[in-house]
Design a binder for this molecule. Structure first.
Ligand code: ATP
Ligand code: MG
Length: 253
């Protein structure tokens, strides 16, 4: 399989959410989400705190505890609804969490070795090519030899997660507030790296964000306003700038 660091073929897959309803315990959080993301498309999702954006991201990735009560999730035509997270990852789905987890005792290169055994990295992947990509993302090489995310700053975690995304054969990326914790330079480096993956390997991107500044570099084809558990409105990038002026009062009322 090819990937971003040595890719040439088109790698994107359609992500299709059809009337998705999700509960956590007794609480109904997602209430009929319908969304189609085609290869090479960037979709931004913006919406108030607590509206269900992270729940949506976690459900797409198959995090336990999120009960789908109605609707389906498909990737490249494959129904993900009952697949465990690792199988979704093997199909090319990659989630960067709002709060990335730590892997005590596992370095980035340990991770690459394990993922390689699953056939998810390409022959072109070398220590040198990974180090080159790390430099492009502004991630210090030294961090590749430490336990993943352990003791990393907020911004270092987001850069390290982006490097994983670029390395592990991603075909559809879900980014949950990748811009939180990033300084101005990091935001530009990470967004440019993601935009390059979109244009070079045709991945699709769902980018959850509170701020339009990410979208100045990672240019979205669509911006969706998410409130009360579903998409309330869809527009182009101008909608993101409008929201920054007006807030969500009208859509979440
Ligand atoms: N494990 C859980 N148990 C109970 N309620 C939960 C759980 N996880 C999420 N919720 C609730 O679901 C709702 C949606 O939360 P979610 O994290 O998806 O919001 P969000 O849109 O990502 O918000 P933010 O912009 O603050 O990140 C909230 O009311 C939250 O309290
Ligand atoms: Mg969230």
């Amino acid at each position: 399989m090819v990937n971003t660091l040595g890719a040439s073929a088109s790698m994107g897959l359609d992500l299709e959410l059809d009337d998705l309803w999700v509960s956590i315990g007794d609480k109904e959080v997602l209430k009929g989400v319908t969304l189609k993301v085609a290869p090479g498309e960037v979709h931004a999702i913006m919406g108030p705190n607590g509206s269900g954006k992270t729940t949506l991201a976690s459900t797409i990735m198959g995090k336990p505890g999120y009960k789908i009560t109605r609707g389906t999730i498909r990737l490249g035509g494959v129904d993900l609804t009952s697949l465990p997270t690792y199988e979704r990852a093997r199909l090319g789905l990659f989630l960067i969490s709002q709060y990335p987890g730590e892997l005590v005792g596992v370095s980035f290169f340990d991770l690459v070795r394990e993922v390689d055994k699953l056939g998810l990295t390409s022959a072109e992947i070398t220590r040198a090519s990974i180090e080159r990509e790390a430099i492009a993302i502004g991630l210090s090489k030294e961090l590749l030899y430490r336990s993943v995310n352990v003791g990393f700053s907020g911004g270092e975690k987001k850069r390290a997660e982006t490097l994983q995304l670029a390395t592990f054969g991603t075909r559809m990326a879900v980014l949950d507030e990748i811009d939180s914790g990033l300084d101005i330079d990091a935001l530009r480096d990470v967004a440019r790296s993601l935009a390059r993956m979109v244009s070079e390997t045709n991945i699709g991107v769902v980018a959850i964000t509170h701020y339009s500044r990410l979208l100045k570099e990672l240019k979205p084809d669509f911006v969706h306003v998410f409130a009360n558990g579903s998409i309330q409105r869809t527009g182009d990038v101008d909608l993101a700038f409008e929201l920054e002026r007006t807030g969500y009062k009208e859509v979440s009322a």
